[in-house]
Write a protein that binds this ligand. Structure first.
Ligand SMILES: Nc1ncnc2c1ncn2[C@@H]1O[C@H](COP(=O)(O)OP(=O)(O)OP(=O)(O)O)[C@@H](O)[C@H]1O
Ligand SMILES: [Mg+2]
Length: 410
């Protein structure tokens, strides 16, 4: 643990050593700013001096993200002083027992009911359900109990900002980190991050501010992102697709059905929207299944790399029918948070990596016209009042969201 720290990280660690932590300690700010790194060291130092027979908890949105973001790096930082088992949902840090938990939904809160905790660590707190966090604080009842958490900023009306960070009555330490605070990042990488994040995502993830989402969603989307069929053929001849996925969204009343087929070239560098199907009528389930079969067969013929369809998981019966209609893997869409999906698309656009075939007019129109819902004050919502085509956007995002790590290398 003699690794060098950035000045901001050294300041944060000095607080632990001098007893300057409060009951709730939140490290917030820009992406890649060094929050998670120092939070693990702070947590280790603090736990090492806390009661040996106490109970400690580490939580992430899921156990898988907790492992990737925190537990694995902690093995590197603490060596023999830290070990864990995901199957037993337990670990040991400087001889203290650590419970591990996922906070995926409101029900997860029941998993920590009844515990008495001396300390807790939360990874990416803003994506936890508020109920889980409230329950966690109520379980931190041992004397001197403390919580350390990291988060990126979100909507200023988000529960974490409104009810905790802005609540002066709480014993809460708010440590802000910006991209510049991380002196370990190569300048070239920082420059590319700054060009990829735009609009509200620039304010939040680069500047580290809690900013509301307003106006046009895909600010940088323009005719430059549209590609003619001839140009598409030529580009794919030079750099062939390695895989492709069809995203599927189907609405109930008033909403359309959309299929969007997206391909990826080597290293998931370029993202090509190859074709679309859009039916505003939604006449019957049978018609939809037929259309899906027709579209899938035709696309497979044109692009043999087609590997899966990812469908809105709301209608499991339809997915079952899709599965028996086609010889293609049909999966449930991951349905990541809408702002996460939008940020992904915007980063691709700003980096010049998204190319939409001119044969997809519905998706092009949707990308041009989507706006944030300014009446939503607690979270980011895409305006869905029937005036814009949300279905094509959902379908497109379902086709790319599972490749977030491959596309952005984190
Ligand atoms: N003291 C350090 N020494 C070496 N590398 C560091 C140090 N601090 C941070 N880094 C590296 O900088 C990168 C970003 O740090 P970290 O993951 O802590 O950022 P973050 O603020 O948690 O970002 P995000 O909001 O994206 O989760 C990581 O690759 C990490 O390994
Ligand atoms: Mg982090």
């Amino acid at each position: 643990m003699s690794a060098p720290l950035s000045p901001k990280q050294a300041q944060a660690l000095a607080l632990v050593k001098s007893g300057g932590l409060r009951r709730i300690n939140i490290l917030e700010g820009s992406v890649r700013s060094g929050k998670t790194w120092i939070s693990m060291i702070m947590w280790g130092f603090w736990v090492a001096g806390a009661p040996r027979n106490g109970a400690y908890l580490m939580a992430g949105k899921t156990l898988t993200t907790l492992r990737r973001n925190v537990l694995e790096p902690m093995c590197g930082i603490f060596g023999d002083c830290f070990s864990y088992s995901l199957s037993r949902k337990e670990g040991s840090l400087f001889g203290r027992k650590i419970y591990l938990e996922g906070a995926a939904n409101a029900q997860s809160e029941s998993k920590i009911r009844g515990m008495t905790l001396n300390g807790a660590y939360c990874d990416e707190l803003s994506i936890f359900p508020e109920d889980f966090f409230a329950m966690l604080l109520s379980r931190l009842s041992a004397e001197g109990a403390k919580l350390i958490a990291t988060t990126n900023p979100d909507n200023p009306g988000h529960w974490l900002k409104r009810n905790y960070l802005d609540n002066k009555a709480l014993s809460l330490l708010d440590l802000k980190f910006t991209l510049e605070d991380n002196t370990f990042l190569p300048p070239e990488y920082v420059r590319s991050l700054k060009t990829e994040f735009t609009g509200v995502f620039y304010d939040r993830f680069i500047l580290g501010n809690w900013t509301a989402a307003e106006g046009r969603i895909y600010e940088d989307f323009s005719q430059k992102c549209v590609i003619s069929p001839a140009e598409l053929r030529q580009r794919l001849a030079e750099s062939p697709l390695i895989t492709s996925v069809i995203g599927v969204d189907y609405g109930g009343n008033k909403s359309a059905s959309a299929f969007v087929h997206t391909g990826f070239d080597a290293g998931f560098r370029n993202v090509y929207v190859l074709s679309e199907h859009y039916d505003p009528r939604n006449s019957s389930a049978e018609a939809l299944i037929d259309a899906f079969k027709g579209f899938t067969d035709e696309e497979k013929e044109r692009f043999p790399v087609l590997s899966a369809a990812c469908c809105d998981s709301a209608e499991q019966l339809l997915i079952k029918s899709f599965r028996s209609a086609v010889s293609l893997e049909v999966k449930n869409a991951l349905k990541k948070q809408v702002s996460t999906r939008i940020n992904m698309v915007n980063r691709l656009i700003s980096a010049g990596r998204l190319h939409v075939s001119a044969e997809c007019p519905h998706l092009i129109d949707a990308l041009n016209s989507a706006v944030w819902d300014e009446h939503s004050i607690h979270k980011d919502v895409r305006l869905d009042d029937g005036s814009t085509n949300i279905d094509s956007l959902d379908a497109f995002e379902y086709s790319i969201e599972r490749f977030e790590r491959e596309m952005f290398h984190f």
